[in-house]
Structure formats: C-alpha cells, structure tokens
Design a protein around this ligand. Structure first.
Ligand SMILES: [Zn+2]
Ligand SMILES: [Zn+2]
Length: 667
C-alpha cells in the first residue's frame, strides 16, 4: 500500500511513501501523516492511495495524525481552486483549510458519524418585525435559497439598517432546508454584539470559531461542525473552510474589510473563496456592507450578482448630521497645537455636560509619529526597517510599528549630539492626554492595539462603554467597527486624511469606508447623532461623499478613476515582491525577473494585454533588514498572469535564488 503525500511547502509535486501494516486498515485520503522528509520529520497530507509507484525503495510513513479525514467533500476541489488561482501548492492550500495545531482525539472507528438527523433551533427567540426593505430583501434571499443554485447577493444597507437581522432570518430558512450556514465577520474579537445575537437566536447550534480558542476547545468545535451537531459557524476568514456538510449559505458581513484577505500563503480573499465554495456546494453567498467594495458594487451594477438595498435606518432614525472642519484654517490660529478645532471642542463640552457619550477617531496609535532633531533635522528611524519610529508616552520609548523594535527616547540627537528632539504628528495617546487636560472630570478611555493586547481587554473596554462607565472613547479604526452604543451622540474624526497620503490606489475607498463606518456609530439610539470630521483635504471626493452619506456619489467618482487608469475591477493585478539581503541583490533579481517575464510573455500567443509595471522599490523598501523590490503584472483576468508566472519562476517560487512573494489580487 502506497500513500501519496503533499506538504505545506512551495513544492508543486507530491511524494510517495510505503504504508506500514498497522496503518493499512485505517488510512484514508484527507488524513494528515508524519513522514521522514530529508533529515526532518514533516507533517503531510494524504492526497491519494495509488496502486503502484515508479520509485522502487519507498520510505515508510511513521504514523497517522488524524483518526478521520480532515478534508472531505467539496473542500478537495476548493483546495485545488485555491492552489491554482493564488499560485500555491496543494499542500499550502490544504494547510490553510485546517487550523494549525488541530489535534483530533477520539477512538478511530467511531468516525464522524454524520447522522441523518438535522438539529433545528429549539426555541427561537422572537424575531423583530422587519421593515419593508428588509422584507423585500429577505424574499429575494429565500428565493435564491429555494432555487438551490449558486448565487451571490450584495446587501447594501446604511448603518443601523438591520443587516444582521436579515442574516439571522436567512440562516433560519437555510436551517429549515436542512442545510448549514457560515457567517464570516472581519475580526471575531471586535464583534461581541453580533455573536450575542447569533447565540440568542440559535443557541447550541452556533459554533464560534476564532484563533484565541485553546487547542482542546478548537478540536471540540471542529468535531461538532464535522459531525453536524452545530450548523451555524461564526468566524473570521478561515471559517470559510469550516468542515460543515451541505453548506447552503455563506455570509460575509462588512465584505469590504481588508481582514478578509490573508497576508500569508495562500494569499486568498475570503469573498472569492466563498463564491468558489458556493459554486461547488450550490450555496448562496450574501455580501453585506454599508460601504461595499468597489469590486462587489461593480459586479452588482453589471447585473452579475444580485443587489439588495436597505436605504433607511430601522425605526425611521435619521442619519447623523456631518460637519466638515477645514484644518488648514486652524493653522493661522495662535497657541499650542491641539487635536481639537473650536467646533469639535464645543461639541465635546456639550456631550460631557449632558452626560452623553462620544467617540473620537484618529487612525494612528502612539503619542507622536515622528521624532526629529531640531539641530540637524534628522528623523529617527528603525535601523532594520525604512520607517520612522513612533513615540509612545506610556513607556517613554520609540517603537517601530513594523518590526516592534523598541528603544528609549534619547535625550539629544544621536547624530549631531547637540540638537533636541521635537515630537511631531499626533496619535491616539496624544488625543487622550489632551482630553484629560481639557476635561479633567470626564471618564476617558482609549481603544487601540496598545490597550487591547491582553486577551480580555477589548471585551472589558467594550463593557465599560456599554455600561456607560466611559464617557469619551478615543481609538483607531478599531472603534469604527461593529460597535452599537445607543448613547453615543457625538462622533469626532480628529484627522480624516491619514490614509489619503498612502501610495495606494484604494486610499480614497479606504477613507470613505472608515468615515462612513465611523459616522454610522452616532445616533443609533433615540437621540439624534452628530459627526464632526476634521481634515486637511475637505474638497476630496471621498470626504465630501462621506459627509453626505452618499455611497452612490463616491462610487461614481471612484469607478470613473479606476476605468480611466485600468485598475481593478477593470483589471486584475498580481504583485511580485523580490526579497534580498542586500538592495543590490534584490534589485538584480527583480530586473532579471522583469526581463524574463517580458520575453516569455512575447513568446506565448494569446498573452497580449498583459502589462508589466516596475521593478520599483516596495512602499517600505526595507523590512526587518530584508530589502524588497516589487513588480506588478496587470491583465484582464488573473489566470493568464499566474500561468505566465508558473512558467517563469523557479521551484520554490524563487528567481535567481531569491524568494518571490506572489500576491494575486493584492490589497
Ligand atoms: Zn541632530
Ligand atoms: Zn522596524
């Protein structure tokens, strides 16, 4: 007996091993096994049990890791799709589909016992009455579910328009069809309220899937899913691979969020994987957002996917009034630099006096973004990455936000040894300290990566705001997501252009999303909300449209720009990052790769329309001492670009000995 095994390595091929006698009865395709590989022992995946092998002397595999296959059904084809679309090996795709460290422990032979019984939610908590738009939307979803064919529907609903209720009732219908549902959320720790609502509605049928589960809990939840004991899974992007059978519905809440894109191999986007899985399972995909990605809205505008619109908030609540404050006019004002314009300060005073709640957004953490010498002008940078160090006042140190390196703030400039260091560019810590100075009696809290590192800290902060122990919450984009506090009557954006300065064609989209999401936090309760947005670019179309709650206006402007310059959704991009220990070596390999791509592209018929951009330095040319040079391939679809790469790159996704990071549809 022979086992064909693949590994979580950038190797396109599989390897054969002999199966020793004791393992022969139980070994199946889809199980993980431990095998000798060179001098190491590696975990691999059994992808086949061929009758014979061209190799004479096969090494025996050592033992099986799993008592049952951990990959089954349509997920095999899904793995092949991930591997071919995103240019990774089957082993790399399979590894992404099963949580690392998953150890299933139960008697072999007891199996998964996928019984015919299909548990239904026992006592449904009462469902609220739907608005007319919700009813129309639900009818469309139910029609699609009943048709039993793959379909995608985009739910474009303004903030507080009741998207979650629509999901819940769609899931109920899916369960009644004896099918299962997956609901993806951008980040599980940031969505306590959504989880509460799922648990209330479906009780023990819900599995919550996230990376902070312990190994044992994780195995238990995985088994409950595979055995059909729970039939609704709520989780982050990796839950798109949940081992559920008969999946009927896959929901992506806040489908525009960047966390749906995986940053390591395979660099998949959960939206595209969900649609691929739905095609295989005959399932319906629901994409929900107040600010749909330009890609998704374009598909809906072209009629390729369905569109459900929820244009009003529930209970007829108005969208908040938005005031733009031009920060350029503040330059003339005398006195010390402050995060608050007169307008925002007055609005804050009012909130504090009335005992309401306010949320303040500044999407930069730390105290000061730059430490610069007043003598020689030197900006202190990380010596391993090409980025300035950020000053954190809490521990009085400089921190690299890319490699986490820390060092104390020097008393004088380390270069000229006489200049004092001036701290410029404010972050959330600075806003918090200004608030304490201006409003000594207010209850102020900060929510960003620095204050939520501990496992329970996000939850504790959330509870403190919910129970109104916190009056003013300062934070990064973390506070813009999914939080529903009815007492918040003021939302302030300290600086709205932080993303616009990035060399990223999606900067306008990101800014519009963040401002719209943030504005959506205000006035969710009985009292109307107000939003104050401070910005240096009040004329930018993304900021103007956000201030008018005008997705249509933003989209029209954005899609015109994308069409004019040939960017997604009109094209697909593949980003190649060549890494090297020296700038010269990385550059030389990137130049050679660019030349090779051009030669091959010309020699292959039907490859017309592929454009090569670069080589050019990466946005952060040096990270953790590694130099990076980028190339971008652009074409009408991704497959020919990947095919060209497969012919050009060397085994292990290298070129001239240098590793090449391949990112299909990069964000
Ligand atoms: Zn100096
Ligand atoms: Zn660094």
């Amino acid at each position: 007996m022979i086992a064909e095994v693949v590994f979580n390595l950038p190797l396109e091929r599989s390897f054969h091993y002999a199966v020793p006698e004791p393992l022969r009865a139980g070994l199946q395709r889809g199980m993980r096994v431990l095998v000798p590989f060179g001098r190491r022992e590696l975990m691999g995946w059994v992808v086949g049990l061929p009758a014979r092998s061209p190799i004479k002397e096969l090494k025996p595999l050592r033992r099986a890791v799993d008592p049952v296959p951990v990959i089954a059904d349509e997920r095999w084809v899904l793995a092949e799709w991930v591997s071919s679309y995103y240019y990774c090996s089957i082993g790399e795709a399979l590894a992404a589909m099963v949580p690392s460290g998953l150890r299933l422990k139960f008697a072999a032979g007891s199996g998964l016992g996928a019984g015919g019984n299909c548990p239904q939610p026992s006592a449904l908590s009462p469902e609220p009455t739907l608005t007319i738009h919700q009813q129309q939307g639900l009818r469309r979803i139910i029609e699609a579910l009943d048709a039993g064919r793959p379909a995608t529907l985009l739910v474009h609903g303004v903030s507080a328009s009741g998207k979650t209720e629509l999901y819940l009732q769609a899931i109920r219908h899916c369960l009644a069809q004896e099918r299962a549902a997956i609901c993806l959320v951008p980040e599980i720790a940031l969505t306590p309220q959504t989880i509460e609502r799922f648990r209330d509605r479906f009780g023990g049928l819900v599995a919550i899937w996230h990376s902070r589960l312990g190994a044992r809990q994780r195995a238990a939840e995985w088994l409950r899913m595979a055995r059909g004991e729970c039939r609704v899974v709520v989780g982050p992007r990796s839950a798109v691979f949940a081992p559920l059978q008969r999946v009927g519905l896959i929901i992506l809440d806040e489908e525009h969020e960047t966390t749906y894109k995986q940053e390591d191999v395979p660099r998949y986007h959960a939206r595209d994987v969900a649609q691929a899985r739905a095609r295989l399972a005959g399932a319906v995909v629901l994409l929900g957002s107040a600010t749909p990605s330009v890609e998704s809205f374009y598909q809906a505008a072209r009629g390729r996917i369905g569109l459900i619109t929820l244009p009003e908030r529930v209970e007829g609540r108005p969208l908040p009034r938005v005031d733009l404050v031009d920060l350029r006019e503040q330059w003339g004002a005398r006195g010390r630099a402050t995060p608050f314009s007169a307008v925002l300060r007055r609005a804050l005073e009012q909130v504090v006096e009335q005992g309401d709640q306010a949320m303040l957004l500044l999407n930069r953490r730390g105290f000061a973004r730059v430490a610069q010498c007043q003598g020689c002008g030197l900006t202190l940078r990380c010596d391993r990455c090409s980025v300035p160090l950020v000053y954190h006042a809490g521990r009085a140190e400089l921190v690299c936000h890319y490699c986490s390196r820390r060092e104390p703030l020097p008393a004088v400039c380390p270069a000229c040894r006489k200049g004092y260091l001036r701290l410029r560019g404010m972050g959330t810590e600075r806003v918090e300290s200004e608030l304490h100075r201006l409003f000594p009696v207010a209850r102020i809290a900060r929510m960003d990566l620095d204050t939520t590192r501990r496992r329970e800290s996000h939850r504790e902060l959330y509870e403190a705001v919910k129970t109104e122990q916190v009056g003013v919450l300062v934070g990064t984009q973390m506070i813009a997501k999914g939080l529903d506090f009815p007492q918040v009557t003021l939302v302030g954006v300290v600086s709205a252009a932080t993303a616009l300065n990035l060399p990223d064609f999606r900067a306008g989209e990101r800014t519009f999303d963040l401002l719209t999401q943030m504005a959506g936090r205000a006035g969710r309760g009985a009292r109307p909300g107000r939003v104050v947005i401070q910005t240096y670019c009040p004329g930018h179309y993304a900021i103007q449209a956000a201030a008018r709650h005008d997705y249509g206006g933003f989209y029209a402007e954005e899609i015109r720009m994308r069409r004019r310059v040939g960017l997604p959704p009109f094209t697909h991009l593949v980003e190649l990052t060549v890494k090297g220990t020296s700038r010269e070596r990385a550059q030389a390999a990137a130049d050679a790769l660019g030349a090779a791509l051009l030669v091959r592209q010309r020699s292959v018929a039907g490859r017309a329309g592929i454009t090569l951009l670069g080589p050019a330095p990466h946005r952060i040319p040096r990270l953790r001492k590694t130099h990076r040079v980028c190339l971008i391939l652009k074409g009408a679809s991704a497959a020919p670009l990947v095919a060209l790469l497969r012919r050009t790159l060397q085994p292990g996704r290298r070129f001239k000995g240098m590793p090449v990071v391949v990112d299909v549809d990069p964000l």
